[in-house]
Design a protein around this ligand. Structure first.
Ligand code: SF4
Ligand code: SF4
Length: 87
């Protein structure tokens, strides 16, 4: 399943996308996130995968784009290429 977390507004599309088939729930992305916006939780099929915490879904456009400057960020540490962004 492809899960989209985020929103679109006049300035662009801000979605963090999780390919839950690829995610094995290792938690590396959760550990490196400097803003603590990720968590592990069961998906609709009971598999533990990463997701964006509900309270951050409507603000990731303000939080996540700055992370592009970091060597260690969620998408770069995922060994299964399960994460991507639209920004
Ligand atoms: S690092 Fe990749 S495989 Fe591990 S929890 Fe995050 S998205 Fe899933
Ligand atoms: S882009 Fe950065 S702030 Fe956003 S979820 Fe990934 S590690 Fe966290």
């Amino acid at each position: 399943m492809i899960a989209h977390y985020g929103y679109a507004d006049g300035s662009g599309e801000y979605y963090l996308i999780v390919d839950t088939d690829r995610c094995d729930g290792c938690g590396r992305c959760v550990e490196v996130c400097p803003n603590d916006i990720l968590e592990l939780a069961p998906d609709d099929y009971g598999k533990t995968v990463v997701r964006v915490k509900d309270e951050f879904v409507n603000s990731i456009g303000y939080i996540c784009p700055a992370c592009k400057r970091r060597d260690e960020r969620c998408e770069s540490v995922c060994e299964h290429a399960a994460l991507s962004y639209t920004w």
